[in-house]
Ligand binder design. Structure first.
Ligand SMILES: Cc1cc2nc3c(=O)[nH]c(=O)nc-3n(C[C@H](O)[C@H](O)[C@H](O)COP(=O)(O)OP(=O)(O)OC[C@H]3O[C@@H](n4cnc5c(N)ncnc54)[C@H](O)[C@@H]3O)c2cc1C
Length: 546
């Protein structure tokens, strides 16, 4: 299509935003070649990240940035984070843009999205869209069912939301991610800016400088409790840049274990199948364990029998967004803290369901949570029972997303299988069934395993994998001979004294040190409840008004 457009519109320059995602790099190479062939000058600018990720990689010796400190050091060598520039006051007249030429359909009819289409897609109907205004197709025009998410896109909405957040200077300036509640809903406790950043509806530099300016102005007022990276809002954006630069340095293997020298090899269940030609993971996987497959299907459907996990997975399916610590909970549960299933399975599901899906951030965070890269304290594990309860004693978040349990006594809502039959009856729900297939009305499934037992098995297995110490590019990982090294029992109960429930307080701290307690090593942690209480955005707005 581009060669046709270049000619029909007398194009002299092609200007676009640089994109370091693997697929985007390949695509852009093709487009740039077509432009060069047509004598069109190409200008690319970076704008998706705070710094140009390729520059960060150069300043970091060509290596991926594996911690926020490494990102900051390399970033400072690149230079100060640029301020956002104002929109242009006018645009040059593009001249005639005839659209009356035939579109050429691609030779192959491969349609990777076919499984989600309900009707025929009409995207190829006309280059300028049905109204001739170059509008983006609606989901229905692309053949998909209507969106279920209440979140709406576009720059106008993004700027309105940003204005609201900026108006609450204390919220912005004292934002500490581990103190924001994963159970808050309508409104959520964090900014919900991620989908806008992903789609380019909001400049990441605009958000960064709004947050930084708020910190400066707040501190100037004599306030002492402004936050700083990694927990602050600016810190969150640095994490984003860290993952982008790590991906830019690693290339396509960043989103998988195989051939990725920075990702630990753990013999997870349901590993990805590889395409021998490209060495890249296909979306298919080995079903090495029927039980793991059942657990995976239940996790995906939000019918694990653990209400906290199910509520999060159902919110994700309907809204396309969940809080960061909610993502921590479900990712830890699927991998090293429950099912021992490959993080790539979880990343695939997130890719399908997230509104803010960002290849670098998704793969990177899944590696963090599965302790395969970026973070290694695998003995810190999120409990699907006590972690949610810490934030939401009454279980309101569960009542919202798992309506089967809406009348369950708060005492049992995180563990409904422990409710006596009389309490189940009173709540109008019966805990029964395996959570597969259609769930009978008036029932909620039994938990798919004993969490304490699974946590112990996972921990012992993680310990074994860490001591063997293979990474994704090891010949033994690639030729399958890793199996000889992992032969024997995975049970290793001497790890029991190191079991530690993660309360999320150090969720942003990949480097945080262990402390020694009574002769045993533990990760240092203080209950989040000790800090100043932080409410939802709505509370902040209410406070503003009064
Ligand atoms: C398993 C897992 C998968 C994830 N997948 C994605 C993804 O595909 N796309 C994505 O944008 N984020 C992803 N995240 C990171 C994070 O959960 C979301 O960015 C955040 O929850 C978005 O909500 P918010 O805009 O309210 O965040 P806020 O807390 O308000 O933060 C502001 C912005 O900082 C950035 N940010 C915050 N935390 C992170 C982080 N840990 N890593 C990277 N950027 C961050 C986001 O752009 C976010 O919009 C993932 C986290 C986990 C644990």
């Amino acid at each position: 299509m581009f060669p046709k457009l270049f000619k029909a519109w007398n194009v002299t320059h092609l200007v676009f935003e640089k994109d370091t995602d693997t697929y985007a790099r390949e695509r852009d190479q093709e487009v740039m070649k077509a432009a060069r062939d047509a004598g069109v000058e190409v200008i690319t600018k970076y704008g998706r990240t705070l710094w140009d990720s390729d520059d960060v990689v150069k300043k970091h010796g060509g290596k991926p940035t594996m911690s926020i400190t490494q990102l900051q050091t390399a970033g400072h060598k690149v230079g100060p984070i640029p301020k956002p520039i104002p929109p242009p006051r006018s645009l040059p007249d593009p001249g005639d843009m005839p659209v009356d030429f035939e579109a050429t359909r691609p030779d192959s009819e491969v349609d990777v999205n076919a499984q989600w289409r309900e009707t025929e897609e009409k995207a190829y109907g006309s280059i300028a869209g049905p109204e001739g205004d170059f509008a983006i197709e609606t989901l229905q025009e692309l053949g998909y069912p209507a969106a279920t998410t209440p979140h709406r896109g576009g720059e106008t909405v993004a700027l309105k939301m940003l204005d609201k957040i900026v108006a609450d200077q204390p919220y912005m300036a004292t934002f500490r991610k581990p103190r924001t509640s994963p159970a808050a809903f309508e409104p959520q406790s964090t900014t919900l800016m991620s989908p806008f950043l992903h789609f380019g509806a909001l400049s990441v530099r605009q958000l960064y400088w709004a947050a930084q300016d708020a910190v400066v102005a707040y501190s100037k007022r004599g306030k002492k409790d402004a936050s700083s990276p990694p927990e602050s809002l600016t810190g969150q954006l640095l994490f984003r840049d860290m993952y982008f630069a790590a991906q830019a340095a690693t290339g396509a293997p960043f989103s998988q274990t195989a051939h990725n020298p920075h990702c630990r090899f753990i013999p997870w269940h349901l590993p990805s199948k590889l395409d021998p030609a490209t060495k890249l993971a296909t979306f298919e996987y080995e079903t090495d364990s029927a039980q793991a497959e059942r657990w995976f299907q239940r996790w995906k459907a939000g019918t694990t029998g653990f209400p906290w996990i199910d509520a999060l997975m159902r919110q994700l399916r309907v809204e396309g967004w969940i809080h960061h610590l909610g993502r921590h909970s479900v990712a830890c549960f699927l991998t090293r803290g429950g099912c021992y299933i490959d993080w790539e399975r979880g990343a695939d599901v997130f890719e399908e369901l997230l509104l803010d899906h960002e290849p670098a951030c998704n793969a990177g965070n899944w590696q963090w949570l599965s302790c395969t890269a970026f973070f290694s304290q695998y003995f810190r594990c999120y409990s699907p029972i006590s972690f949610g309860r810490k934030w939401d004693k009454n279980g309101d978040f569960i009542r919202r997303w798992v309506p089967e349990l809406k009348s369950m006594d708060a005492k049992y809502i995180y563990e409904p299988w422990t409710a006596p039959i009389s309490d189940q009856r009173k709540a109008g729900v019966s805990v029964q069934g395996d959570g597969l297939g259609a769930v009978r009305e008036g029932t909620y499934p039994k938990p798919m395993f004993d969490f304490s037992e699974r946590r112990r098995i996972c921990l012992a297995s993680m310990k074994q994998a860490y001591s063997i110490g293979l990474f994704g590019d090891d010949a033994r990982v690639l030729d399958g001979s890793w199996r000889d090294l992992f032969a024997g029992s995975k049970e290793d109960l001497d790890m029991m004294d190191r079991l530690d429930s993660d309360d999320g307080e150090n969720a942003d701290d990949g480097d945080h040190k262990e402390r020694v307690v009574a002769g045993k090593k533990h990760a240092s942690s203080t209950p989040a409840t000790k800090g100043p209480k932080q409410g939802t955005l709505d509370n902040h707005f209410k406070k503003q008004k009064t």
